[in-house]
Unconditional design. Sequence first.
Length: 112
Amino acid sequence: MLSDDEHAAVSRAAEREHRAIAAWAALTLLAAASGTPRREHNQLREVLQAVMQARGQVQRIGVNLNQAVNVYASVIPEVFKEAAEAAAAVVPRRVGPPSAPQRKTSGPLNPN
């Protein structure tokens, strides 16, 4: 039997590893019986938990980014279409391949 202080110490140790007391005790007893330290496993578990948490955050960021791109792609063409056509009517454009002599024209974006 454990005293209240001993039980509290075991409980805190199990909580640090996010395990039930029985699971922590079993792993600790097996490690002691086989003569292997458990510290490495604990560190590996903490790293794995951090990687899994980061993976979840990256996934949420990706979903948010996809949603933002979809909104941008659906709204921007309509919002700026009129402004782009007005700018194209004012700004001269080059017509012809780069090697040909260039002539300046102005007009709408869509000459049809």
